[in-house]
Design a protein. Structure first.
Length: 424
């Protein structure tokens, strides 16, 4: 990033200290009013209001609760900035004064709801960046397109917006940018070129047997043994079929069969989750699962082929090398050099990747640390980083400062790497 472009980013961010108290109250308000996937009405209304008053043309209800803003500001590239809005069915135990005590309906059942993945922070970041850029239109040229998506946690939100005509109804961007709060020193930014979050596939496998009295195994086809053998054999995919230099996870998180010790049940249900970083490896793992499941059923004389159902699917988030280089270059010139770090790909999954992959637009995604710097340093020293509450933990609580300001700065600085007339 040139000196002039950096100065323009600084000019956009000059109003950040003035805006920050307001953003902090937006963040706390959203944190204490979390909404489950596809129920983000209140959050979407806040985002839409903020964009409108900043001067954006706003389209709401894209893919149910998604919000898209457009601000045209002369000739130049279109840049899409993405935030996700949904919370999780988790009971918050942070003890924060702005903690959530909200419950909501999930499939007819009342569940506690918490922003345990930090999407409240993402919404506040994007409101902040969109507001500051709209206030300083002399510092950039092009079209800014902030997008707030529903249902990241179920993997359905990005796709819902795409299915609702996102690509047809809005201008095709030159780049798509997104960021996520994570465990790490608050105020630090980390990213990498290539795969940054894994592809995720969740499957349900229903295996069929024949029920009988527990004392008469000869009359049964026991689905408990069938499923148990399957679970063990599935462990050999990663250890025996995937190269040690390739990474994959196959986790059977649920195995259910039967109700009583002396009744052989009719069927067993396995639920499993797969994480991979490469499309070929992903295909190999999924094919191996299908092969093993069918073969084990056959080995057990199952009366019917197992039923394999896809529960959800997250694409690989692959950072475009050119776009990522451009964003990192901007971060390195704006932030103190030691605040911008390289990261390994994480086995978390994200549907952010759908936008870039399906629209064929280069995208870049990065992490912003949200852990109190002193707490993180101590944990690092004592080798207990793994004990810090991660995303999805009921005690997940990013420190507001400097996390909130850093995310706004990162979004503005990265946008300016494209939108500043002096960018190249
Ligand atoms: Zn999450
Ligand atoms: Zn998340």
């Amino acid at each position: 990033m040139s000196e002039n472009a950096k100065q323009q980013a600084r000019n956009v961010l000059a109003n950040l200290p003035t805006l920050l108290p307001d953003l902090e109250s937006v963040y706390k308000d959203i944190h204490s009013h979390p909404e489950l996937s596809m129920q983000e009405k209140r959050t979407a209304a806040i985002a839409a209001d903020r964009l409108r008053s900043a001067g954006y043309a706003v389209t709401a209800s894209v893919g149910k609760t998604g919000v898209v803003g457009i601000l045209r500001n002369g000739e130049g590239p279109t840049i899409m900035l993405r935030a996700d809005m949904d919370a999780l069915p988790v009971r918050e135990t942070t003890g924060l004064p702005y903690a959530s005590s909200v419950t909501a309906d999930e499939n007819g059942k009342s569940v506690p709801v918490m922003h345990a993945c930090g999407h409240d922070m993402h919404v506040a970041w994007l409101i902040g960046a969109a507001t500051l850029l709209a206030q300083s239109r002399n510092e950039w040229r092009g079209t800014l397109m902030p997008l707030f998506q529903p249902a990241e946690e179920t993997g359905a939100g990005a796709q819902a917006m795409i299915d609702d005509g996102l690509f047809r109804r809005f201008p095709k961007p030159s780049a798509i940018l997104g960021q996520h709060v994570m465990v790490g020193t608050s105020g630090d930014i980390s990213t990498r070129s290539g795969a940054i979050t894994s592809a995720g596939d969740s499957l349900q496998i229903r295996m069929f047997g024949r029920g009988a009295h527990g004392s008469m195994p000869q009359a049964s086809i026991d689905p408990v043994v069938m499923a148990a053998a399957t679970v063990l054999r599935l462990q050999t995919i990663v250890s025996r079929e995937i190269a040690p230099t390739d990474a994959a996870v196959v986790t059977v998180g649920s195995l259910q069969a039967g109700t009583k010790e002396n009744v052989i049940p009719d069927e067993a249900i396995i639920k499993l989750n797969v994480r991979t970083f490469d499309e070929d490896v992903r295909k190999r793992v999924l094919a191996a699962i299908e092969r093993i499941v069918n073969a084990e059923a056959e080995a057990s004389r199952a009366p019917k082929k197992p039923e394999i159902t896809l529960l959800d699917r997250y694409p690989l988030v692959k950072n475009d090398p050119e776009a990522t280089k451009r964003a990192i270059g901007a971060f390195r010139s704006y932030f103190r050099a030691d605040r911008v770090k390289d990261t390994q790909p994480t086995t978390a999954s994200e549907d952010f990747g759908s936008f870039g992959t399906e629209w064929q637009v280069p995208s870049a995604f990065w992490f912003v640390g949200g852990t109190d710097p002193e707490t993180y340093a101590k944990a690092k020293q004592s080798g207990t980083i793994a004990d810090l509450p991660t995303n999805h933990n009921p005690r997940f609580a990013p420190v507001i400062h400097p996390t909130l300001g850093t995310g706004v700065e990162a979004m503005v600085v990265a946008s300016q790497a494209w939108l500043s007339p002096q960018a190249d």
